[in-house]
Design a protein around this ligand. Structure first.
Ligand code: HEC
Length: 160
């Protein structure tokens, strides 16, 4: 009986791992302003807007670079599709719809190339980890591929 309750609550946790606000989701997005302030206070070297890593300033044009986005889509198809949907719906990790509106290019590219650096420090990722129960493994993404994936995410978010 105890075991059953555990399995049930685990199921609820997994189902709640949905950050894109997909249809039928009543889960609030994880951007809790309090969490950010707390981390800023306790770890002043970590910038939750930029994340941690080599990307400090990414140039992003207001219009889409279609060739780059299509390269990004290819990388996504090989390395990311097994865990990330293009809708807001969770698979293993959060769905990507709206991700470029929630997170900066720097944050996304730093995370894509080196998730380990950020998983333990970022308040948003900490919150996800608590719900997803899976750490995103390093996918050996090159700088160029990370930029292409970001462009593909922008396309997915409606940039033309
Ligand atoms: C084995 C599953 C898995 C694969 C493959 C994977 N991810 Fe993830 N990803 C996760 C999980 C789980 C999270 C949630 C954070 C955590 O718990 O580590 C995540 C979170 C993210 C986030 C933050 C999302 C958000 O909404 O805050 C980004 C960006 C991301 N992944 C990019 C990528 C990219 C780019 C690839 C492909 C190169 C990729 N991921 C491949 C599991 C995966």
């Amino acid at each position: 009986m105890k075991k059953l309750a555990m399995i049930l609550s685990l199921g609820i946790l997994m189902a709640a791992c949905n950050f894109g606000g997909g249809a039928g989701s009543d889960v609030k997005p994880i951007s809790d302003p309090d969490a950010k302030t707390k981390t800023e206070n306790s770890n002043s070297s970590y910038d939750p807007k930029r994340g941690q890593g080599k990307f400090t300033k990414v140039d992003v044009s207001p219009t889409l670079n279609a060739a780059m986005a299509s390269n990004g889509e290819k990388v996504y198809g090989v390395k990311c599709v097994s865990c990330h949907k293009l809708t807001g719906e969770k698979l293993v990790g959060p769905g990507w719809l709206g991700i470029t509106k929630r997170l900066t290019a720097e944050w996304i590219m730093n995370f894509a190339t080196s998730p380990d650096n950020m998983i333990d420090k970022d308040p948003e990722v900490q919150a996800q980890l608590a719900i997803c129960l899976v750490r995103m493994p390093n996918q050996n993404v090159s700088d160029e591929d990370a930029r292409a994936i970001y462009e593909f995410m922008r396309k997915n978010d409606g940039v033309k």
